[in-house]
Ligand binder design. Structure first.
Ligand code: NAD
Ligand code: WQD
Length: 340
């Protein structure tokens, strides 16, 4: 199979590209480098053992997409390209709708024009909002709380409507829980620009001495140690899920929705302790006010992905921290220091 990976120069897409090549796919990466790097694409080539063609381009650029689809005979598209910062989406909603929603509409239109009707879409557990019960299964009614999360839910509707109008489409919607960790090689990983907004990258930078201490956002939640609980999923497990999703689509048309998570939750303090053990460094912290918009617990029920995709997460929190530390300690400034 030949697969186009949009957003493949970014964090999850680069890991997925490696797993795809390992599974025998030919891969082409398309990315506008708004948050991805050429260095990541080069690392994919090294780790995959073969060059992966790269198109610097935007999913909103029809002419660029037409050239790319004319140059390659794709069987499927893995669609990672999106803006993903929740706070930024509140401040700049139109940019998020433009990029994530209009961009996906443009991509789907050009795919249809070139007869490519198989897509795996990166959705998010953020579409569930703050559900009444946990763990969360796919029947939980969506209630997105930010413009970012709403762009994901709107794209899900866009995909359903696309299939309703043309039953040949094969669509997999994957709702990721918290993607974390790095490739075991330590050669690729998450490379946040500026101050990390998410827990694991922040903790890693504290352990590395780049930041003084972690702010723990609230220690008075109704959880065993008072801090928030999340379902942290190793990015390589997540990447493997995309190979399973493509295999699943090979035998059926329609629109499928699957949660990708471990089904296990960890508190902020559990993460801090696990990272201290993995890095043999101290992670100083202080208790800060709750972060607006945070939910108490977010944990996946991944049973459907197990039953239908044959996918389960293999790596635990210890391994997540070890692999993230390998990346952080060998690339203290991420790819940025070596950006072309
Ligand atoms: P990322 O920012 O590292 O990767 C996204 C890539 O898409 C970047 O390389 C960026 O340059 C590219 N891109 C953005 N807009 C583009 C456009 N218009 N045209 C071409 N390329 C464009 O983010 P990530 O963490 O790898 O996330 C990948 C996908 O997974 C996103 O759709 C995100 O919303 C989704 N997701 C991520 C998480 C998470 O925990 N990181 C959780 C749920 C869902
Ligand atoms: C985890 C826990 C924080 C930072 C976000 C997006 C979501 C998804 C994944 C894309 C919470 C606490 C955090 C810090 C802290 N992305 N925390 N100090 O909020 O579950 O999910 O990323 O779809 O849409 O919202 O992840 O890593 O930011 O927070 O105490 O400096 O760590 O309060 O309990 P979150 P996170």
């Amino acid at each position: 199979m030949k697969t186009l990976v949009t957003g493949g120069a970014g964090y999850i897409g680069s890991h997925a590209a490696i797993e795809l090549v390992a599974a025998g796919h030919d891969v082409v990466v398309l990315d506008n480098l708004s948050n991805g790097t050429r260095a990541a694409v080069e690392a994919i080539g090294r780790l995959a053992g073969r060059d992966v063609p790269f198109v610097e381009g935007d999913i909103r650029d029809s002419a660029c997409l037409d050239r790319t689809f004319a140059d390659h005979c794709f069987d499927a598209v893995l669609h990672f390209a999106a803006l993903k910062a929740v706070g930024e989406s509140v401040a700049e909603p139109l940019r998020y709708y433009q990029n994530n929603v209009a961009g996906t509409a443009c991509l789907l239109e050009r795919m249809a024009a070139h007869g490519v009707k198989t897509m795996v879409f990166s959705s998010s557990a953020a579409v569930y909002g703050d559900p009444a019960t946990t763990p969360i299964n796919e029947n939980c009614p969506p209630d997105p709380k930010s413009p970012y999360a709403r762009t994901k839910l709107i794209v899900e509707s866009l995909l359903r409507d696309t299939h309703a109008a043309d039953a040949d489409w094969r669509i997999s919607i994957l709702r990721y829980f918290n993607a974390v960790g790095a490739h075991p090689s330590g050669e690729i990983g998450e490379d946040p620009a500026g101050v990390p907004q998410n827990l694991l990258p922040f903790v890693a930078q504290v352990a590395a001495g780049r930041r003084e201490r972690l702010n723990v956002f609230g220690n008075d939640y109704p959880t065993p140690d008072g801090t928030g609980i999340r379902d942290y999923l190793h990015v390589v497990d997540l990447a493997r899920g995309h190979v399973n999703a493509l295999d699943y689509l090979a035998t059926r048309t329609g629109v499928a929705v699957h949660n990708l998570g471990t089904g296990r939750g960890h508190t902020v303090f559990e993460v801090v302790r696990a990272f201290e053990a993995a890095s043999a460094r101290e992670v100083p912290y202080r208790i800060a006010p709750r972060r607006p918009g945070d939910v108490v617990v977010s944990c996946a029920d991944p049973a459907r992905a197990g039953d239908e995709l044959g996918w389960t997460a293999e790596y635990d929190l210890r391994r997540i921290c070890e692999d993230l530390w390998q990346w952080q300690s060998t690339h203290p400034h991420g790819f940025r220091g070596i950006k072309a």
